[in-house]
Design a protein around this ligand. Structure first.
Ligand code: HEM
Length: 456
């Protein structure tokens, strides 16, 4: 991966303007209520007020960036780091020493450690596991059966991440436990991040008990995985070995806490994001049967009727475009935040040191200024002759710069393979009790998607 990084041109401070205040604030509460009530609609309207706008969240001022160009500038600038209230609450739950929350030299060192596991040549070695899991998913379903898409999507996402990156036979049974724990942790985590009620979350309500049990088991599982690998004496060429063998900047082995937090920091973003995207892909296949049919036909023509495999993914153009278009309209990561390290500027606006900045890939990727028929599901917009018209940074679901997701190729490969494998076998209809409206959490996903898997 190329780590792009560029300091934006900063005009003299005197020339910098104060970003306008976004409209619609309520005295005392500012924009907090609107943001809490309907965050997607709120973030999507901000560009009407300016390229960079100020939001008032109670007494606090937060800056929002609303254009593709400036989100790119923000992500690429060394003047901003990962920090802010959301990250702090995440660290409290998942650990402080993992790559997703580290900054500076520690972050650079950790990226160097994990990056080889996500390189294109490494991904080819994961092909057999991805194939096995994609076909096992459809193998579990019976024709006409109602599928609980949330648990099915979590299971396959966690199993692929755990089996590919942490390997070992023991993963098969552990992956099952991991997927149950992670699903429960993510259910409770967003609430704790957005409404930090501290000790109230320790009261013995069933939801708190479930969350605390799952979080404790997640940490226990990670300790078990690390201990078992050490006890085995084996050092396969995988991410876990890379983490166990990593050295700090002085050449000393990294501490136990960092190893633990690193495994957590890779498993957690690696499961919820992929699982949410699989849910949206299933929803899209049900809602757009014409595209489901087109994917099926493409898979058949590329594979000649054989089970779809890793080697076919590159030829599945329409399938890949369906995945990209689903990610455009429903990006798993819908909000990102940064904190200014220094007095700096974005788009000619003054950003003071310590300011929190937010932007929404959801808002950017649905903006009518960047996309014709912006809300239509149109995978063909990703054909090369049309994709060239999409403004730079208007489609960056994995972000850019030094915090870019290391797993973009790993994720896209498994998502295309899974979409191809399920579409080859089934078409989908909404089942009774299904609720495919958008649930806003750490990621975006359908509230409770239930589909009937119908044979072609
Ligand atoms: C970071 C999206 C899958 C591991 C990120 C970021 C985004 C993202 C937008 C950047 C966050 C920021 O700028 O603040 C996604 C999407 C995925 C996906 C859309 C799938 C659809 C995965 C998977 C893994 C993973 C499968 C690992 C198995 C990470 C890690 C980081 C990260 C470790 C932190 C990188 C850093 O801070 O240097 N992801 N991700 N992601 N992602 Fe992913």
């Amino acid at each position: 991966m190329t780590v792009e990084s560029a300091r934006p041109l900063i005009p003299e401070t005197a020339e910098l303007r104060e970003p306008p205040l976004a409209g619609g604030g309520v005295p005392g509460l500012g924009h907090g209520l609107k943001l809490a009530r309907d965050p997607l609609a709120f973030m999507s309207r901000l560009r009407e007020h300016g390229d960079v706008v100020r939001l008032k969240l109670g007494p606090k001022t937060v800056y929002a960036v609303t254009t593709p160009e400036l989100t790119g500038a923000l992500a690429l600038s060394p003047d901003f780091k990962i920090d802010g209230p959301l990250w702090e609450s995440l660290e409290g739950l998942l650990g402080k020493e993992g790559v997703a929350t580290a900054n500076g030299p520690r972050h650079r060192r950790q990226r160097r450690t994990i990056q080889p596991a996500f390189r294109l040549d490494a991904i080819a070695h994961y092909g057999p596991v991805m194939e096995e899991e994609a076909h096992a998913l459809t193998g579990r379903w019976r024709p006409g059966e109602t599928i609980e898409c949330t648990s099915e999507s979590f299971r396959v996402a966690v199993r692929i991440a755990a089996r590919c990156l942490l390997r070992g036979d023991f993963m098969d049974e552990r992956a099952e436990r991991l997927s149950i724990d992670l699903a429960a942790v993510f259910r409770g985590m967003y609430r704790r991040m957005v409404i930090p009620l501290g000790p109230l979350y320790r009261l013995p309500f069933p939801a708190n008990r479930e969350f605390n049990r799952a979080l404790a088991d997640l940490h226990l599982l990670v300790d078990e995985i690390v201990a078992e690998r050490r006890a085995s004496g084996q050092k396969p060429d995988d991410l876990l070995t890379a983490l166990l063998e990593a050295k700090d900047d002085n050449g000393d082995p990294i501490g136990e806490q960092e190893i633990h937090d690193q495994v957590v920091a890779i498993l957690t973003p690696g499961s919820e994001t992929v699982a949410s995207t699989i849910m949206w892909l299933l929803q899209v296949l049900a809602e757009h049967p014409e595209h489901a049919e087109k994917v099926r036909t493409e898979v058949e023509s590329v594979t000649g009727g054989r089970p779809v495999g890793f080697e076919h993914v590159r030829s599945l153009t329409h399938t890949n475009n369906v995945v990209v278009e689903a990610m455009r309209l429903r990006p798993a990561v819908w909000i990102l935040t940064r904190r200014a390290l220094t007095d700096t500027a974005l788009g000619g606006y003054r950003i003071p040191a310590g300011a929190d900045i937010v932007y929404s890939p959801y808002a950017i990727q649905r903006d009518a200024r960047s996309y014709d028929r912006n809300l239509d599901f149109d995978p063909d917009r990703w054909l090369p002759e049309r994709a060239k018209d999409v403004p730079k940074y208007a489609m960056s679901p994995f972000s850019v710069g030094n915090r870019k997701c290391p797993s973009d190729h790993f994720s896209m490969t498994q998502l295309s393979l899974i979409t191809a494998a399920i579409s080859a076998k089934y078409r989908f209809e909404q089942a009774s009790g299904s609720n495919d409206t958008t649930r806003v959490g750490i990621t975006l996903r359908p509230h409770d998607l239930r589909l009937r898997a119908m044979p072609w």
